[in-house]
Write a protein that binds this ligand. Structure first.
Ligand code: XMP
Length: 510
């Protein structure tokens, strides 16, 4: 994460991802983090600049998200740009006034007059079309600030040395015709240089791994593959440089979804991998994990078996390295980045191996890995695939000891709900689907009989990078079809829909 140039603090705006994507199009690497994680990041690293995203919140509401505690808003350490809510937050914290004046709400297209002699608006036409979406607005600037754009109210602000900046509209949205120029100007103000080029990044990762391998007496590399975006992209990246030295290891843990092993084989093949080893170990996983219902203990038991199998394969293949597709987010959530709180122990982060453990994707975020997949010409089904956790369906048997039977119930339920989502063409609206069985029994009636059975929980989320997520509300018709389908199972009497955002809930139930 040391080479992240721009830190984007995410206040939950639906456009935050677009800021990251636009910067990437402009060739600059960024990290998108919510305020608390951004604070951890800033305690470890100093980026070249910071952008504060928009939000649905008003700075005056109780519970409105605030600035990371250790952020510098004087502009001394890095230039900082607040967009919409981000600008309001800056103005509010620096002693200006944020209000909801009558008649100055803007939703949608707006015309703005900019001071195009200011470095933020260089090469932008004086009267420019923008896209705005705000109820609140900055009505009085903090001391030492001046207005550099107007649209009936203050549309942009700067401090005296042009390092603390705010834009009330959304330069990241395509409807802001010259928004890209504005963001490029901000990158120039921050002295950011082009460093996001998929071809260079691929070469950099290949070189990092090959330098380590070439310096070692044991040159075989074991790479854990799940068929998902991260490990498949990593396999495709390493297959051409490692050739026969790359041994991909897929473990059938018993926690895979319906048809997943076949899909995994197809994906790994499309990545050009020569050696794929598949180890069937579901009984061992179930035996170990079924001894507890505690979420964190289950993860621990999963890791134990996972590690044992890897060690066996490392020895068998005389490997000197284990390579994994761990991402920046996995590392942050596992509490391995700086002082981040441990949310949950990811199955493959922080394990102590006898051999060298490489995580070449550790600085990347999901959307960046998807870009690499595209650049590597992988099928779009691979790089667009929704995530699925390593411990798989084990995390979806909640409050019950895992068993073959419960695994089958959640596997079938996942397949059923996935098919319904496809039928209604809702795949693109959902970032991940989670269907779990809950260890509470409740009374139902089937036919004329009382049934004392379990409940299924159905959860779909929409998210940028899984650091935060919104719960998805299924249309009523779809929810009804899901409920009917899942209650067909004789032991299921209820279906509960979970739309809780993250935070406070996490994506998975465990
Ligand atoms: P949470 O539940 O932490 O999940 O909000 C965020 C994303 O990470 C996935 N996840 C995992 N992926 N190993 C993984 O490879 C794990 O141990 C693990 N735990 C959660 C989760 O499915 C979601 O996409």
């Amino acid at each position: 994460m040391e080479n992240i140039q721009v830190l984007i603090v995410d206040y939950g705006s639906q456009y935050t991802l677009v800021i990251g994507r636009t910067l990437r199009e402009l060739g600059v690497r960024s990290a998108i983090l919510p305020p608390d994680k951004a604070e951890h990041f800033l305690s470890q690293y100093t980026p070249k600049s910071v952008i504060l995203s928009g939000s649905n919140w008003s700075v005056h509401n109780d519970g409105a998200p605030s600035l990371p505690g250790n952020i510098d808003i004087t502009g001394a350490k890095y230039p900082i740009l607040g967009l919409c809510y981000g600008m309001q937050l800056l103005a509010h914290k620096l002693g200006g006034t944020v209000d909801r004046p009558h008649g100055h709400r803007e939703y949608g297209p707006a015309k703005v007059t900019v001071d195009n002699t200011h470095p933020l608006f260089l090469n932008v036409t004086k009267e420019t079309d923008v896209w705005a979406s705000h109820g609140d607005t900055v009505t009085r600037l903090p001391e030492g600030f001046k207005e550099i754009a107007v649209s009936g109210g203050i549309a942009a602000m700067t401090n005296s040395d042009n390092r603390v900046l705010g834009i009330q509209f959304h330069p990241e949205v395509v409807d802001t015709k010259e928004g890209k120029t504005m963001l490029q100007n901000f990158l120039d103000i921050s002295n950011c240089v082009k460093d996001w080029n998929p071809t260079d990044l691929i070469k950099e990762i290949q070189d990092e791994v090959m330098n380590a391998v070439n310096a070692s007496p044991k040159q075989n590399v074991v790479l854990g593959v799940s068929g998902g975006v991260d490990s498949t992209v990593l396999a495709a990246l390493l297959a051409p440089v490692l050739g026969e030295k790359l041994i991909c290891l897929a473990i059938d843990t018993g926690g895979m979804r319906s048809g997943e092993l076949e899909e995994l084989k197809t994906n790994v093949e499309s990545a050009g991998v020569k050696n794929l080893v598949v180890v069937e170990a579901s009984d061992e996983f179930i035996k170990n994990i079924s001894t507890t219902v505690d979420a964190q203990e289950k993860r621990g038991k999963f890791r134990d078996v996972y590690k044992r199998i890897f060690e066996e394969q490392i020895a068998k293949n005389n490997a000197g390295f284990i390579v994994q597709g761990t991402l920046a987010t996995d590392i942050i959530e596992s509490g391995e980045a700086g002082k981040s709180a441990l949310i949950k122990t990811h199955h493959n982060v922080g394990l102590a191996w006898e051999v060298d453990d490489l995580h070449p994707l550790r600085n990347l975020f999901k959307y960046e890995v998807r870009e690499l997949g595209r650049a590597l010409n992988l099928p779009s089904a691979v790089y667009e695939r929704n995530p699925f956790p390593g411990p798989g369906l084990y995390l979806r048997i909640v409050g019950l000891p895992v068993s073959h039977e419960y695994l089958d119930i959640v596997r079938d339920a996942d397949k059923t709900v996935t098919e319904i989502i496809k039928k209604y063409n809702l795949e693109k609206e959902i970032s991940q689907l989670i269907v779990g069985i809950l260890g509470i029994k409740s009374v139902g009636v089937k036919g004329d009989e009382r049934v004392y059975g379990h409940a299924m929980a159905v959860r779909a989320v929409q998210t940028i990078d899984f650091m935060t997520a919104k719960g998805y509300y299924f249309p009523q018709e779809v929810a009804e079809e899901i409920t009917n389908a899942l209650t067909k199972h004789k032991e299921i009497v209820r279906v509960l829909f979970d739309m809780t955002p993250k935070p406070p809930a996490t994506t998975e139930f465990e």
